[in-house]
Design a protein around this ligand. Structure first.
Ligand code: GLN
Length: 191
């Protein structure tokens, strides 16, 4: 399991994976990416992440990685990078998942919040999701499955084939169920 380590909270993802018994490595180069079976794009700052992605020559390889069917999970800024469309001009996302996203759509840092989520297919009760300057998914295309939504109906966890995206941060909790689910998704032959 690779974790894109250009910027953001990649170390927290690695800690969660380690707690779940999943071996992981940091990805900063094309060679490191190619060595992975699946990839997590962490939370952070999407404009900075996009700049570094371009500077490291990772944009096309990342797109090919995902289009080739290898599982990719984006959390928060990572979700922004996976999106097909942003309501803002920047950054240029990877355009992999048929969703439209508004950055910081739930408000500023001070408006960060947590919410219990019922997640499709997840046993063990609600998942306590942490939202920090989180992106809002304003539209989902056909073929994108909503796994969890807030009370107002806005989707916050979505899946399309080998791609998973969450607008919150499972890596900032002690609950490894999303990491385990993604690991199982990566191990399943059906994507
Ligand atoms: N607001 C950030 C962005 O636009 C994302 C915040 C986060 O990843 N916690 O990139």
């Amino acid at each position: 399991m690779g974790v894109l380590a250009l910027q953001g909270d990649f170390a927290e993802h690695q800690d969660m994976l380690a707690a779940a018994g999943v071996p992981s490595c940091q990805v900063r180069t094309v060679a490191e990416l190619e060595a992975c079976g699946a990839l997590i794009i962490p939370g952070g700052e999407s404009t900075t992440m996009a700049k570094l992605m371009d500077a490291y020559g990772l944009r096309s390889p990342l797109m090919a990685f995902a289009r080739g069917g290898r599982p990719v999970w984006g959390t928060c800024a990572g979700l922004i990078m996976l999106a097909a469309r942003l309501e803002e001009d920047r950054p240029a996302p990877l355009g992999l998942m048929d969703i439209t996203v508004r950055r910081n759509g739930y408000g500023r840092q001070v408006d960060s919040f947590s919410a219990p989520l019922n997640v499709k297919g997840m046993v063990g009760g609600p998942f306590h999701a942490v939202f920090i300057r989180a992106p809002v998914i304003t539209a989902v295309g056909q073929g994108v499955e909503v796994l969890a939504a807030l009370e107002d109906g806005s989707p916050v966890a979505v899946r399309a084939g080998n791609l998973l995206a969450t607008s919150f941060h499972p890596e900032l909790t002690r609950d490894a169920r999303f990491h385990v689910a993604f690991w199982e998704m990566a191990a399943a032959p059906s994507h």
